[in-house]
Design a protein. Structure first.
Length: 245
């Protein structure tokens, strides 16, 4: 489970002023569900997800991820989370096999267990045909498959996706969307951020609308439709944002 309570992050600008990137966010995501964080660029989505993944520390509030507090138990949180974003950030001189094995060892896997897990993921994601090619020679779609394998190698119970399809072609984006669905089917807790309405509407069991760091509303699509009397998610989003203080 992911359970955020009054999660807040304040940055200082160059003039010493406060920039409240995330302000008092509270929500819950259960195993076997996809929680969609929907907002425009700069709304605070990435900051919120980085707080949950312990990449950033909160200014106030906290969250529990897979039963561990992000403030008190960050190492256990990181061991329980797979984080996938648009930026693959693969080291070009390593092969997919070397990359996945490296991240497997970072997460405590080794020997036969790591080898079996790597083989399983490579078969599932159809990586074998380029498994020993350097990452800087791979296409964008191939790199994303390697990123998925790297993210999933330790079989984490919680998956966090930060705009994972941004800039991808149709086929690569389709692979990512299918993988997110598979995570839900396997009973993982999934949080997915996007500004693409169709992806959120297609994938998410629950939707949180975030604007200027605040969570304006949350619920299933049916609940949001009932609340706003709008059928289209884009219209729901615009109505919520325009009504925000």
């Amino acid at each position: 489970m992911i359970e955020a309570t009054n999660l807040t992050k304040v940055f200082r600008d160059r003039k010493g002023g406060d920039i409240r990137a995330v302000h008092g966010i509270t929500f819950r995501c259960q195993p076997g569900q996809i929680y969609g964080l929907l907002g425009a660029n700069g709304a605070g989505k990435t900051t919120a997800l980085r707080l949950l993944a312990t990449i950033l520390q909160p200014t106030d509030g906290t969250a529990r991820v897979a039963g561990f507090d992000i403030r008190e138990q960050p190492e256990k949180v990181r061991a329980s989370v797979g984080f996938l974003s648009t930026a693959t950030a693969l080291y070009g001189r390593l092969t997919p096999r070397e990359t996945v094995e490296y991240f497997g060892r970072l997460n405590g896997l080794n020997g036969d267990k790591l080898r079996r897990r790597t083989e399983e993921l490579f078969a599932l994601l159809e990586i074998n045909e380029f498994a020993d090619r350097r990452c800087d020679k791979l296409s964008t779609g191939m790199k994303q498959k390697v990123s998925i394998a790297r993210t999933l190698v330790h079989d984490p119970p919680v998956m966090i996706f930060d705009e994972p399809t941004l800039g991808l072609d149709v086929m690569a984006a389709r692979t990512i969307v299918g993988f997110i669905r598979d995570c839900r089917s396997c009973g993982k807790t999934v949080i997915f951020s996007s500004h693409v309405m169709s992806e959120v509407q297609k994938l998410c069991d629950y939707i949180g609308i975030i604007h200027q760091g605040r969570l304006l509303a949350g619920g299933s699509l049916a609940e949001l439709r009932q609340r706003t009397r709008q059928a289209d998610l884009e219209e729901i989003f615009i109505q919520m944002v325009e009504a925000a203080p």
